[in-house]
Design a protein around this ligand. Structure first.
Ligand code: GDP
Length: 300
């Protein structure tokens, strides 16, 4: 929580900075709602989540329940939690699904490889056996980078040469996991191809191929988005969702310059479970998402 707070507002919340100035006496100033609305939009919360929050805030104000800074802060937090709670669902890996097949998707640069490494390390510490599948075969450096992360997390990795068929790498990894009794396969997937249509087709293909092993696979399709890219994160998630059907989101780089409002936009628009938040470049810097902690970090 400390790290999240430090990342999101550097001790000076975008949303609740100088809240006292929005009051004159025990009344919220006339322009205060407008000011809060623009603060939310500036923080990438998007029109829909902003409208949702502002409508609720307005009715609290009308009912005379927002008379000072403390009340305003409490009301904001309450509605932020209400918005985020439905998407606060941790990744739970049932022990009877073996191997549990987890795809990790996202465009290049968002932190996909790093997130896979952190996740592998976390699952291993929980006592699970993990195998990485280097399915991002299009980019030369991707396999090497993932191999470095596999070493760091101390888990095995299955890869083929650059330009190998992604679906066949992942298919083989699942086969190998089955015969070795491995609990979880984390499959990296392409983050960019010649064209967007080609990328989406590739993702559909690996899904079809893996379903030859298990008709219910992949059990999780975790989309990685970069909080610092603002509205692009939502656009990417919508595109990937249409192509392969996402089941969860991990949002990275919340330790950077991101204001973190994009998660409100994603929650409101997609209602997809937010599994993890990325808070740095180290192996430990991945935490399960918690609505209460996130709301707290946004306002304090
Ligand atoms: P990929 O292209 O999506 O696989 O992205 P990478 O995993 O290679 O990450 C791209 C860059 O973002 C690297 O320099 C990572 O160290 C950095 N990165 C990834 N996640 C985080 C995070 O949560 N916080 C910060 N500050 N940097 C991150």
């Amino acid at each position: 929580l400390t790290k999240l707070r430090a990342g999101l507002n550097k001790g000076d919340s975008f949303l609740t900075r100088d809240l006292g100035t929005l009051f004159s006496g025990d009344k919220l100033r006339d322009d205060a709602i407008e000011e809060l609305e623009s603060r939310l939009l500036m923080a990438d919360a998007g029109i829909e989540a902003t409208t949702w929050l502002i409508e609720r805030l307005q009715s609290e104000v009308n009912a005379g329940r927002v008379k000072n800074e403390k009340q305003l802060r409490a009301v904001l937090k309450k509605f932020l939690v209400e918005l985020l709670s439905p998407v606060s669902k941790p990744l739970v890996i049932p022990p009877f699904i073996k191997p549990y097949i987890l795809f990790v998707a996202g465009v290049n640069g968002v932190g996909k490889t790093t997130t896979i490494g952190k996740l592998a390390s976390r699952l291993k510490k929980e006592g699970k056996t993990v195998l990485l599948a280097a399915g991002d075969t299009f980019r030369a450096a991707a396999v090497q980078q993932l191999t470095t992360w596999a070493e760091r997390a101390d888990v095995p990795i299955l890869s083929q040469g650059e330009g190998a068929d992604s679906a066949s790498v992942i298919f083989d990894a699942v086969q190998s996991a089955k015969s070795r009794g491995i609990d979880v396969v984390i499959a990296d997937t392409a983050g960019r191809l010649h064209t967007q249509a080609h990328l989406m087709e590739e993702l559909r293909k690996i899904k079809r191929v893996v379903q030859k092993h298990d008709p219910y696979a992949p059990h999780e399709v975790l989309m990685v988005v970069d909080a610092t890219t603002g509205g692009n994160a939502l656009t990417q998630a919508l595109q990937f969702h249409e192509a392969i059907g996402l089941t969860g989101i991990a949002i990275t780089k919340l330790d950077g310059t991101a204001k973190g409002g994009i998660l409100l936009a994603i929650a409101r628009r997609m209602a997809l479970p937010v599994r993890f938040v990325g808070l740095g470049e180290g192996v430990e810097d991945l935490e399960p998402f918690d609505a209460e902690a996130y709301a707290e970090a946004l306002i304090n």
